[in-house]
Design a protein. Structure first.
Length: 174
């Protein structure tokens, strides 16, 4: 099995209620974009996000068409780095470095910039050959604080002993 098919065969690991609420509120009713989504009894507004955003979409995504994903720039006041990867819903995301025939476009919309419609963005955005993942790694490095060393392997947290050694039993499931 190739990497893409293995990723595609992996089922969603969410509790039933969380999964169904996610689909209903974010996908079917579009509550987050419309200002109706609540957390802790308060409406969540994307305009309240002050952290930079790295948004990725794919040219032929049938689940989240890229022009729809691009609208994040109209819904928040944060700086948005938008990436448009070639490929579809799966292949455009699972696009490992070194994979032939992969490319993407990228541009950052600063909160002080004038809005650019999706088609104009696509014409003007820089095209980069290869996977978008190294670009994301670099973006994360630029927007992250200093590195923190990981805790020692096997060190229990707050008195809880490990149940099983890494990588756990999940990787053994069929």
């Amino acid at each position: 099995m190739i990497d893409l098919m293995a990723w595609n065969a992996d089922t969603t690991r969410l509790p039933f209620r969380m999964h169904s609420e996610y689909l209903r509120h974010f996908f079917l009713q579009n509550d987050l974009a419309e200002g109706r989504y609540e957390a802790g009894g308060k409406a969540v507004s994307l305009r309240d996000i002050r952290s930079p955003i790295f948004a990725v979409s794919t040219i032929t995504d049938h689940v989240a068409p890229w022009r729809s994903v691009y609208k994040i720039q109209m819904l928040t006041d944060a700086d948005v780095t938008f990436v448009l990867s070639n490929g579809g819903h799966n292949a455009g995301i699972v696009s490992p470095p070194g994979h032939p025939r992969r490319h993407f476009q990228i541009a950052t919309h600063k909160e002080t910039d004038t809005y650019i419609d999706p088609d104009s963005w696509q014409i003007s955005a820089r095209r980069v050959e290869g996977s978008w993942w190294p670009c994301w790694r670099d973006w994360l490095n630029c927007h992250s604080s200093e590195k923190v060393p990981p805790p020692p392997m096997g060190a229990p947290k707050k008195g809880y002993a490990p149940l099983i050694d890494a990588p756990g039993t999940y990787v053994l499931e069929a």
